[in-house]
Design a protein around this ligand. Structure first.
Ligand code: FAD
Length: 226
């Protein structure tokens, strides 16, 4: 650092920090500094950018804070490993790329608290849609022009086909928002549970799709206004 002054200092260049930095610095008159404790997400680092290398970064001190829980009474006093990303991109640089919205019923419950009325699922849905570009195309529940491309997990193993083949059609979740629609559309025959292939952040050209790349941290200073 060179003694420069900033309008915002963001501590932590993880998922939230990078998205915030991107949005704030879109205003050319705003100077934003992101401080990240871990390493950079170097382009050459295949362990970060290759989805299949997930198991090599989790638990690795170069990429993971390697937290452990307190002794868990419900687990016979065992401590449980709790990975958190320690590099640019944070946990999204070491995560499983599964793109799963919360259960709509959780949003309804939050919205029931005083002052939280606009956190119900119907209010949040437009923001979810703005975030994503669904590979199967946009519809009432999925976005078509957001920064994060989505795809369905291939689930090509014959066992997956046999398993899903036994799921009653009413409980399949291929086009529907995760978590079901019951509270949004009380007349809908579907409940809030179901089975289907997971929705994933689509890896572009073999690389892991970290949200901080989809909504990138500006690498070079944006030009100052005036
Ligand atoms: C192993 C694993 C797998 C996951 N799989 C999925 C998945 O498949 N799908 C999904 O949706 N979510 C998944 N998640 C969860 C998801 O990645 C996180 O919820 C999300 O990234 C959290 O974002 P965040 O900005 O809150 O924190 P983080 O992304 O963790 O960012 C925090 C950042 O702050 C930095 N930092 C901490 N302390 C300091 C300090 N004092 N100074 C400077 N920097 C600091 C950290 O190094 C880190 O970069 C997974 C998480 C993990 C760990």
């Amino acid at each position: 650092m060179d003694g420069s002054r900033y309008d915002y200092v963001i501590v932590g260049g993880g998922s939230a920090g990078c998205v915030l930095a991107n949005r704030l610095s879109a205003d050319p008159g705003t100077r934003v500094l992101v401080l990240e404790a871990g390493r950079s997400d170097y382009r050459w680092d295949v362990l970060v950018h290759m989805p299949a290398a997930l198991t090599m970064v989790i638990g690795n001190p170069l990429y993971d804070w390697r937290y452990v829980s307190e002794p868990e009474p419900g687990l016979g006093g065992r401590r449980v490993a709790h990975g958190r990303g320690r590099l640019l991109g944070g946990s999204s640089s070491i995560n499983g790329m599964i793109f799963q919205r919360g259960n709509p019923l959780d949003y309804e419950r939050w919205a029931a608290d005083p002052g939280m009325e606009t956190w119900d699922y119907a209010h949040c849905l437009p923001y979810f849609k703005r975030l994503e570009t669904c590979g199967a195309g946009a519809d009432d529940w999925r976005g078509g022009s957001g920064p994060i491309p989505l795809e369905r997990g291939p689930a090509t193993n014959p066992l997956c086909g046999a398993f899903f083949g036994r799921v009653p059609p009413d409980h399949r979740r291929e086009r529907l928002p995760p978590g079901g629609l019951q509270r949004l559309r009380p007349d809908h025959p579907l409940g809030p549970t179901g089975l289907g292939r997971p929705c994933l952040c689509a890896p572009g050209e073999g690389a892991a799709a970290e949200p901080h790349r989809a909504v990138p941290l500006p690498r070079a200073p944006r030009p100052a206004r005036g």
